[in-house]
Design a protein around this ligand. Sequence first.
Ligand code: UDP
Ligand code: MG
Length: 315
Amino acid sequence: MKLSLVVPCYNEQGNVPLFYEAVKNDFDGVDFDYEIVFVNDGSSDGTSAELKNLLSGEIPVKIVNFSRNFGKEAAMYAGLEQAAGDYVTIIDADLQQRPSIALEMARILDEEPEYDCVAAYQESRKEGGFMTFMKKSFYRAANAFTEIELMPDASDFRTFRRNMVESILSLKENFRFSKGLFTWVGYNTKYLPYVVEERATGESKWSFKKLLAYGLEGVISFTTFPLRFPVYLGAAGILSSLVYLIVSLALRFGSHHALTAMNAVITLILFFGGALLMSVGVLGEYLARVYVQTKGRPIYIAKEILTNEEEGKNG
Ligand code: UDP
Ligand code: MG
């Protein structure tokens, strides 16, 4: 068995040597092979040099140097592509996620064949009340609007079996929201509670603005509802124009109120406003299909195919 650690690094010069040492200590004496795949996501500090130093160490190391900063999503994809292990762990460089937990994850996959992935989740968030509230609300909204169910508080810190890695790599969409993709591919995931450590050195790369954009990406990647929404609004507009017309006519004949030009104008505005919105929604329906199709996700993912046919024998 071989385990690959995939480590996205963006300006982590202080953490790279610490991370390497931590792995060396925690993995000391394990009875399987392992490697570290560092993806240097266009760091502007000394990360690249620190990584190069590790090539002379005893742990097998692979380094992917990006030409610029492409973001953690791209770094994770590149790392999964380069990882050769039967098990692959995605883990941050800042030691907020202890490498020893990756060992625990691998042990679970060894002992519990029904699971294809072990994902760490934070039992209690260390962030302030506002951030916790925002993240909770995000997951609630995402789960309500999208086709996938996200586990709140689960991170990208996960260990996959090889077959699941291949499935994730088969999703080639450019706008990636991995937490959603990990769920989308299916398989059985075991959630493992863990405690997030303080960052060893440096600062978090996530600003509130970045998180907001990331969250939006997550929802948009997994639902086409916003594109189709105008259909409902338009239908409501047309319906209310009809109701308004009926009420106006009823008043005209019931109590001999004169029909005014205003009645006609309001009816027409509601009707054509609704008709326009509905047409936008119909366009949205088509666009939604184009959008889904261009992502080129597989139609299905088979976990395994069983047969009692002997190989090479037909019929
Ligand atoms: N990271 C990256 N590219 C980026 C931003 C972050 O590869 O554009 C890496 C970063 O080096 C770290 C991991 O992603 O190893 C998580 O980033 P960070 O610690 O800033 O996030 P947080 O732990 O605060 O959620
Ligand atoms: Mg971090």
